[in-house]
Design a protein around this ligand. Sequence first.
Ligand code: GLN
Length: 476
Amino acid sequence: MNLTTFDTASSSVSRMEAIISRCNAVEPKIGAFLARDEKDALSQAKASDERRAAGRALGPLDGVILGVKDVIAVKGQRLSCASKILENYVSPYDAHVVEKLKAAGAILWGRLNMDEFAMGSSCENSAFQKTHNPWALDRIPGGSSGGSAAAVASGECDAALGSDTGGSIRQPAACCGIVGLKPTYGLVSRYGLAAFASSLDQIGPMGRSVADCAAILQTIAGHDERDSTSLKVDVPDYMAALAEPEKPVTIGLPKEYFGEGIDPEIRAKVEAAAKFYEGRGCKLKEVSLPHSSCAIPVYYIIAPAEASSNLARYDGVRYTRRSAAATNTDEVFSLSRGEGFGAEVKRRILLGSYALSSGYYDAYYVRAQKVRSLIRSDFMKAFEEVDVLLTPTTPQPPFRFGEKTDDPLAMYLEDIFTISVNLAGLPGMSLPCGFTAAGLPVGMQLIGKPLGEAQMLQTAQVFEKAHEYASMRPAL
Ligand code: GLN
């Protein structure tokens, strides 16, 4: 039984050609891709057709066309992280997930736009271009994996890879009406993912259905010794889990996620989804995550602190662009970084260096780590009583360009419902749960127990199957 929306019956070359002409038609309006190599994609498609004709298909992803966020390394392709500082950097190796996907026969298609170094919630921090929301072209697609979300929603690829440090897969998925999944920390190797905040970053799938994401997760999950935080676990059979008969679960509704600041239409949609589950025999239970209000402040200590250290490698000496104006070593560092990084990245480096500086380290970084464990224990306590949690993904529908660019705090609040999940290392996903009266997509978030992806996916699929949202497409 094929649960995914992937069309593996048609020839890969004809599907790749169709996607190329789709991109040529809609990219001028969307702007999801930073780069596309048609020749390379067609030769991958040709190889897929040859394998299949010889009866040597590599599995369910053979010939599936996947876009890649520009933060994940593909050998021989540019890896810019949407930053000027890496503008001309070509990756000499494949990320672990890319090795796995190539071995599964997937066609890797293009480099997708993002906020610079994955810092942002709107794609407006890309050094190169704007990406438009396919449902409303004057609005943001979300971020940082906004190019991935927009490309999937507008049919420019079958699915895509994103990365999520504080919400960057789930928030754009919600904004663009698609499904996006952030795995349990450590389930997917970070080898070949340009590091933002190493204790939070995870790569994950973004697709048009729950099963599409499950099929990709199945392929990319699993131990990799090149990532010291990679978990040594057996990867469950997610596709088999999705084929099992529906079984009612206990769903927790964290009361802190339905309070002030949430758009009334979004709240109504997520509450309607809870009612839907109740009608399917699930038990609903209000739970409390009392440290939720600390999530944003804790994240904006830990993530910038780790970023300031990770981004120290972009120094103009090795693989980054070197300032032409530099006349001595100090200037190579300062001018290259000054010219190469955008404003938000600089802000994070300053915040992070401050939090880590001597005299402040205990007051900020160490204390933030302590509160981080309280946030995780809140979740673990809730999971003693419930199987999954249901929350909104974003506090608001996708906003207009420029609406939050002058107010970093307003932008940071965009991730208020997603950030805790990274701090706690849990799996979380967003799936479409309706549209606002103005026609903007609304996403709901399911949060699973550690390594509870299978149950989270099953729960998501029950909702998806009973609603038409996942099959709706923007009119472009
Ligand atoms: N918007 C958040 C930030 O700017 C999260 C980004 C992410 O998940 N990569 O840090």
